[in-house]
Design a protein around this ligand. Structure first.
Ligand SMILES: NC(=O)c1ccc[n+]([C@@H]2O[C@H](COP(=O)([O-])OP(=O)(O)OC[C@H]3O[C@@H](n4cnc5c(N)ncnc54)[C@H](OP(=O)(O)O)[C@@H]3O)[C@@H](O)[C@H]2O)c1
Length: 299
């Protein structure tokens, strides 16, 4: 321990060092006691583990927003089930989450495939014993261009993966959430669901459909004590949105539309989703929360 007096380091006598160490220990003890007895601070501590014992399925969770969501839920104590189309990506995500002391199970699941969805549910039940949360995060966009050039095949694929699969997965988890006395579903939409993005017409429409799906399901799911909400991210720096932020001109154009002048980070979304799953959001259902840094998001 050194004190700087008039720019000259001064070595403290050993006895005084011992006294300071003892004082630090006492302060640490007092601080811990205060956390345990102080209601507000104690609650804050508890909220870090507030999802302990819960099981969360997050689709498309080996990268980007899905992976960050698994981290946000996992660090609050939930057991997360991560999945995506490629086994190598699943293995990588599982290792990363384990290295962060998160309880995790991994399995392959292309959400557009009904057998894969079945396997996702059965693996979760076998390995974790139940389901409390579903985060439907997977989406595809196989088309960029003038909406009038988009084909039936493009529409079928986009609506099937982005909307129908989100609904079917929700329907599949309901009986299992009922067995646990309730649960929470979060659908991942997009700011493009409010204001269609140029070149992304069919994708934008699929994201608008999720706002409607959230509202349509909320009353029925509430009867089973299941809440359903939606998150609409703005421009988040991930591989999916590379085309939007890699070009400096386009990035600057998008930044002009935001109040907070930066691209979003995957964890900006993961934290909001974890909140929506938690008991702190127990009176919120049928809503869409926009997380866009202030981009215009009105239908
Ligand atoms: N990034 C943004 O700016 C932004 C903005 C608004 C909304 N969103 C929405 O956020 C969600 C996640 O996007 P992201 O930006 O996080 O993407 P990302 O970083 O590119 O990650 C995509 C993830 O989805 C998986 N995946 C792709 N297709 C799948 C399928 N059919 N079934 C299962 N998993 C699949 C990928 O793994 P595999 O390749 O192994 O399958 C990967 O784990 C999407 O719904 C997207 O529409 C993103």
């Amino acid at each position: 321990i050194r004190l700087i007096i008039k720019n000259r380091p001064l070595k403290l006598p050993l006895l005084f060092q011992f006294f300071l160490k003892k004082k630090s220990l006492e302060m640490l003890r007092a601080f811990t006691k205060c956390l345990l007895t102080n209601g507000v601070a104690g609650r804050r501590m508890m909220s870090q583990g507030s999802l302990a014992g819960k099981v969360a399925i997050v689709t498309a969770s080996t990268d980007g927003i899905g992976l960050a969501t698994a981290q946000s839920l996992g660090k609050r104590g939930a057991h997360v089930v991560v999945s995506s189309r490629r086994q190598a990506n699943v293995d990588k995500a599982v290792s990363l989450l384990r290295s962060e002391n998160i309880q995790v199970t991994g399995t392959c699941c292309n959400v557009g495939n009904s057998e894969d969805r079945e396997k996702l549910i059965s693996t979760t039940l076998e390995q974790c014993g139940g389901i409390d949360f579903l985060v439907s995060n997977a989406a595809v966009n196989p088309f960029f261009g003038n909406i009038l050039d988009s084909t039936e095949e493009v529409w079928n694929k986009i609506l099937h993966v982005n909307v129908t699969a989100a609904f079917l997965l929700t329907k599949q988890v309901v009986p299992h959430m009922e067995k646990r006395g309730g649960g929470s579903v979060v659908l991942v939409s997009s700011v493009a669901g409010y204001q269609p993005m140029q070149g992304l017409g069919p994708y934008s429409v699929s994201k608008t459909a999720l706002l409607g799906l959230t509202r349509a399901l909320a009353p029925d799911l509430a009867q089973s004590n299941i809440r359903i909400n939606c998150v609409a991210p703005g421009i988040i720096k991930t591989r999916f949105s590379t085309a939007l932020w890699q070009s400096e001109d386009l990035r600057n154009e998008l930044l002009k539309q935001m109040s907070i002048k930066r691209l979003g980070k995957p964890e900006d979304i993961g934290e909001v989703i974890a909140f929506l799953c938690s008991d702190e959001a127990s009176f919120i259902t049928g809503e869409t929360i926009t997380v866009t840094g202030g981009m215009n998001s009105r239908l």
